[in-house]
Design a protein around this ligand. Structure first.
Ligand code: NAP
Length: 273
């Protein structure tokens, strides 16, 4: 649904990783609608990334978008993405480290490659993007006319930063580790006015979890895990991301915001457990 642009993030630039699909796509569009320029990062789906860029530029949302292909687990490619953002827009103010994958296996059948790949993208990729963001924030210095913070880092975590997940130990381990990455960054750079926070979505309707919502039976089973009794929409997460990127949340630092309809409230205990 078309919504009017606003100017909460005007004059700022955001890098959104994994913006060619699902949650990242919605965040890129919402951030542009709020006035910031956006680097629409993708890995394999250039057509989908071009569509996001088209939607932003063609609808004349107040920010401008460019696509950028980059594997977030590659140090060289992440550095090239930040350089390209600075060359085009002058700086980077907001990093949304969102790209993530799942490769599901029982632990005894999980190859080292399938462990490593998830850790490389979901955890190391977020480290690399956060590090390059902080370097750029420090180089540029505070710009009080656009934000009271030097820069904002938003990590895309998951309810699986606290809920164990059988058959997906690689994924749960990557998200659990993100808690301490995010909090350590928050502690280390808060004196410089950098804010680092995480969003932990529950079940959001995207291609990553299609099996869980594709049929009415699957959706009904999923709803048993969600006290609010509906699957999350990408817009639920995107609105939270814009708020975390804006000065409205200036005093929020080192926190995880759960966007999960209550999934982390032990729904199994609703009837005495
Ligand atoms: P999705 O629709 O499958 O999108 C994943 C995105 O990550 C795509 O844009 C993909 O790009 C990109 N990507 C994959 N590998 C990459 C790499 N090496 N470098 C750069 N980008 C890469 O998934 P989603 O549901 O939106 O998930 C986004 C984030 O939310 C993930 O971190 C996920 O763990 C988290 N999350 C999702 C849910 C949920 O219910 N959906 C719940 C909790 C947390 P290409 O398509 O161009 O290859």
């Amino acid at each position: 649904m078309y919504q009017k642009p606003n100017k909460r993030l005007k004059g700022q630039t955001a890098i959104v990783t994994g913006a060619s699909s699902g949650i990242g796509r919605a965040i890129a569009i919402e951030i542009a609608r709020s006035g910031a320029n956006v680097i629409v990062n993708y890995y394999s789906d250039s057509e989908a990334a071009e569509e996001v860029v088209y939607e932003i530029n063609e609808n004349k949302l107040t920010g401008e978008a460019i696509p950028f292909k980059c594997d977030v687990s590659s140090e060289e490619q992440v550095q090239a993405m930040f350089k390209s953002a600075v060359d085009k827009f002058g700086t980077v103010d907001i990093v949304v480290a969102n790209a993530g994958i799942q490769l599901d296996y029982a632990l005894h059948e999980m190859s080292l490659d399938n462990w490593q790949k998830v850790i490389d993208i979901n955890l190391t990729g977020q480290f690399l993007c956060a590090r390059e963001g902080i370097k750029e924030f420090m180089r540029r210095g505070l710009r009080p006319e656009v934000s009271r913070s030097l820069g904002k880092i938003i990590h895309m975590s998951s309810v699986h930063e606290v809920i164990p997940w059988a058959g997906r130990a690689n994924y749960a381990a990557s998200k659990g580790a993100l808690v301490m990455l995010m909090k350590s960054i928050a502690q280390e750079y808060a004196p410089m006015k950098v804010r680092a926070n995480s969003i932990a979505p529950g079940a959001i309707k995207t291609p990553i979890n299609r099996d869980a919502w594709e049929t009415p039976e699957a959706l009904e089973k999923l709803n048993q895990l969600i006290p609010y009794k509906r699957i999350g929409e990408t817009s639920d997460v995107a609105k939270t991301a814009v708020w975390l990127a804006s000065d409205e949340s200036e005093y929020i630092n080192g926190s995880t915001i759960f966007v999960d309809g209550g999934m982390t409230c032990y729904p199994g205990f609703t009837d005495n457990g």
